[in-house]
Design a protein around this ligand. Sequence first.
Ligand code: ADP
Ligand code: MG
Length: 239
Amino acid sequence: MLTLRNLTAKIDRKIILDGVTQTFRKKKIYAIMGPNGSGKSTLARIVMGDPTFSLTRTSELKLSGKSIKNKDADERAHLGIFLSMQSPLAIPGVTVFSLLRAATQETGITAKELKTKMDQYASDLKIPAELLTRSLNDGFSGGERKKMEVLQMAVLNPQYIFLDEIDTGVDVDALKTIAQFLKKHLKETDKTLVMITHYNRILKYLTPDVTLIIKDGAIVKRGDAELAKMIEKKGFDSI
Ligand code: ADP
Ligand code: MG
């Protein structure tokens, strides 16, 4: 269980998150929606430990009851939190394999086992083998970058999966591939999936148990999958 309590974040004295309280439970799927600039990405980045933002003293962030507020992103990743960023960066000179090799060093997985796993997931995600040998995300299309994020997530096998606009810039076929892959990945696990999205199309495959609407850095409404559908039809001004 990942618990946020009164999470309030500032940057240069400007409040970007304004008292967010929310529990993310195991085995549940969450959708986070909200207008541009409402604080969705900031929320995910703060959970992951982005030091750009300063949290107020009363802000609480707990994993299974223990505070992770002072842990850095690397430690949080080791504790099972994963974030796929809205705009994954290119890393010239680093292949996805070398990145994953570095990230999984302490797990004892051999290079061969890692490669087998990575190749299998890449094939499931219909990622051309050629992309695995190139510098990560360097010259990749939007859809290719998003698939690469999902590939890394699957190999790292986190407990709490935050996907920031994994469906943005992705064509219909790639979206279906990603959604079906995620569905299979979650099956018979107790993982938590948190999807930040503007569209209901990915939610057709991955039905959210909880939909959260963020406006001006605060959760203004909670609902189920129906709320996400309503938002797509009527927009955020309707709430
Ligand atoms: P969303 O993901 O909902 O579109 P963001 O979380 O990216 O919104 O941004 C929320 C607000 O915080 C926006 O007004 C944005 O300009 C501001 N913001 C985000 N990051 C920074 C930053 N590094 N410096 C200054 N303002 C920022
Ligand atoms: Mg965003």
